[in-house]
Design a binder for this molecule. Structure first.
Ligand code: SF4
Ligand code: FES
Length: 231
């Protein structure tokens, strides 16, 4: 018998469910289990999800103390007791659903897209890149904006002005792109509340479900600032 505890981030109530071994198999994910519990035992469970395949980034929650995607986490990998809570460092809307607006406001504040020059605005040719130019930003491009890194970050927890790992990661991704012409994006992060707040705990990279290394992106932004600006 397995115990599954689900904490409502708004009321702080914890509901406990006994789950029999026969109810899960080797492939059952936490998301599937929560949906089953909602359908069969407690229709008041509130959660958010969409793709069920680690693409949309909407099912982030803290599972046994670690921010994870519920659709990517196998129940059998978690032991006899499972505690599920909403993401930390964000307000809860209801149940297990975090309010991601503060996360996306910071993400948007770094201009997370290419800014070209006038010629690129009215392109007359393809702006091709070499393999090495693509490699400079490729791994940072795999972010799905799930917010797990934001939830895991100890600096976000103590400094609400810190943009957070995902925002700095995407700032690096576009600034390191040979087609980008926006030096301001990283210069705006050159403040005590910006990249210099990071103490390299590395928890962002540890929890990222897509293999992105936002901690490395933050250090690369610091390095480029020390060398004068754009990566
Ligand atoms: S860097 Fe990773 S953990 Fe952070 S938002 Fe992107 S995919 Fe999620
Ligand atoms: S439901 Fe889309 S990432 Fe989990």
């Amino acid at each position: 018998m397995m115990k599954v505890m689900v904490k409502d981030g708004k009321t702080l109530n914890v509901k406990t469910f006994d789950v029999k071994e026969e109810e899960i198999d080797d492939y059952t994910t936490v998301l599937e289990l929560l949906l089953k519990l909602r359908e069969e035992r407690d229709p008041s469970l509130v959660l958010r999800y969409s793709c069920r395949m680690a693409l949309c980034g909407s099912c982030g929650m803290v599972i046994n103390g670690k921010p994870r995607l519920a659709c990517l986490t196998k129940v059998k990998s978690l032991g006899e007791k499972i505690m599920v809570e909403p993401l930390r460092n964000l307000p809860t809307i209801r149940g297990l659903v975090p309010d991601l607006i503060p996360f996306f406001q910071k993400y948007r504040s770094v201009t997370p897209h290419l800014i070209g020059d006038e010629e690129q605005e009215r392109p007359t040719r393809a702006y091709t890149q070499t393999d090495n130019q693509v490699k400079r930003y490729l791994q940072f491009n795999y972010c799905i904006q799930c917010g797990l890194c934001y939830s895991a970050c100890p600096i976000v927890a103590t400094n609400e002005k810190f943009p957070g790992p995902a925002a700095i990661n995407v700032a690096y991704r576009y600034s390191a792109d040979s087609r980008d012409r926006n030096p301001q994006r990283v210069l705006k992060l050159d403040t005590p509340e910006g990249v210099w707040s990071c103490r390299v705990a590395g928890s962002c990279s540890f929890v990222c479900p897509k293999g992105v290394d936002p901690s490395l992106a933050i250090q690369l932004v610091k390095s480029s600032l020390l060398r004068g600006g754009k990566p």
